[in-house]
Design a protein around this ligand. Structure first.
Ligand code: PLP
Length: 348
């Protein structure tokens, strides 16, 4: 167990004592958001504001909604631009208004739908100037970008094993030694008394093995994935000239493994089914919430209208993706979009 803790810490640029193992990303996000709020409010009841990005995964958004609905916190949303970027100046303005009332800031490292990467270290530096802890959900970033806890100087950071090829049901909250978090689970006092319960050693050892392997070949693997993604983007744009690429226009500001488009005049679900019939699997929104016929909260936060938001698809690339996969999509996409436009004559 302790060797596994050292390996996970090394993969994240953290100290072993900063790694709190959890049942996954969802638990780590809940522990960060609720635990930091409760600890800060315990010290000073006036600290009830949480400043968050509106692009967060539901594992952060839903705890925030619950805290707000139950009267425990006031949640404020940071502005994002059309590319999905949170600005350090925007955070500065939100904090400067009344820093003494802020419990924490939470901004994800990289978005799971559009792939936009946030300036996490700059945001953490702003929060630190006001003495406010910053949590970041790095579940998507960990396997695709260098994620270094100390270099980023964040106070709390979430990761999940299954996003990096490890087992399901295990993850971690990396929590700075000086950062107080009130536990969600009380009991035997494991994990610095922050997360009680006998640990799942086989899962944690699997997590550590996955993290070590992933870090060893991350640079080479993600360079290859990014090159395939750029071919996919260029090919789709050539085939469907009015397709809109979402996320940061600069490819280095997006995750290598995600390409996200809106296809005006189409229903995303129709595109999904037509592509599936041709052996191409993609997603209409976050994979975690697919099946719910709602426009993505991420696209709405960027200012995309609901009709266009529903006309959107996420293509994900991983270590098993090939040039043939990309070529096949590029060959099929124009015909599929034409069919979807005839099937669903929605206003563009
Ligand atoms: N945060 C992000 C950004 C995610 O993409 C996910 C899962 O897809 C989670 C949190 C939840 O992690 P887990 O499935 O380990 O609970």
């Amino acid at each position: 167990m302790e060797e596994a803790r050292e390996a996970v810490a090394a993969a994240l640029g953290a100290k072993p004592s900063e790694v709190i193992f959890t049942s996954g990303g969802t638990e780590a996000d809940n522990l960060a958001v609720k635990g930091l709020l409760w600890a800060r409010r315990h010290g000073d009841p006036a600290r009830r504001r949480i400043i968050a990005s509106p692009l967060e995964h539901h594992a952060v958004l839903d705890p925030l909604a619950w805290l707000a609905d139950s009267g425990q916190a006031d949640v404020e949303w940071l502005a994002v631009d059309r590319a999905g970027r949170v600005s350090p100046a925007g955070l500065e303005a939100a904090l400067a208004a009344d820093p003494g009332s802020v419990a924490l800031v939470t901004v994800m490292w990289a978005n799971n739908e559009i792939g936009t990467v946030q300036p996490v270290a700059e945001l953490a530096a702003v929060a630190a100037r006001y003495g406010v802890p910053l949590h970041t959900d790095a579940v998507q970033a960990f396997g695709q970008l260098e994620v270094n806890f100390h270099a980023s100087a964040v106070d709390a950071l979430t990761v999940s094993a299954h996003k990096i090829g490890g087992p399901l049901g295990v993850g971690a909250l990396v929590l700075g030694r000086g950062v107080d978090a009130t536990p969600l689970l009380h009991g035997g006092g494991q994990e610095r008394d922050v997360r009680s319960g006998t640990l799942d050693t086989p899962a944690i050892v699997g997590f550590a093995a996955a993290a070590t392997e992933m870090v060893a070949d991350r640079a080479a693997r993600t360079a290859r994935t990014a090159a395939l993604r750029d071919e996919l983007v260029a090919g789709v744009r050539a085939a469907v000239p009015d397709a809109v690429l979402n996320g940061d226009p600069d490819p280095s500001g997006r995750l290598p493994g995600i390409a996200h488009f809106s296809f005006p005049g189409c229903e995303g679900d129709s595109l999904l089914l037509l592509l599936d019939a041709r052996g191409i699997e993609c997603s209409t929104g976050s994979a975690c919430s697919a099946g719910i016929a709602q426009p993505s909260h991420v696209l709405l936060a960027l200012g995309v209208d609901p009709v266009t938001a529903r006309a959107s698809l996420r293509f994900s690339l991983g270590h098993s993706s090939t040039r043939d996969d990309v070529d096949h999509l590029v060959d099929q996409i124009a015909a599929v979009v034409d069919r979807a436009r005839i099937a669903d004559p929605v206003a563009p």
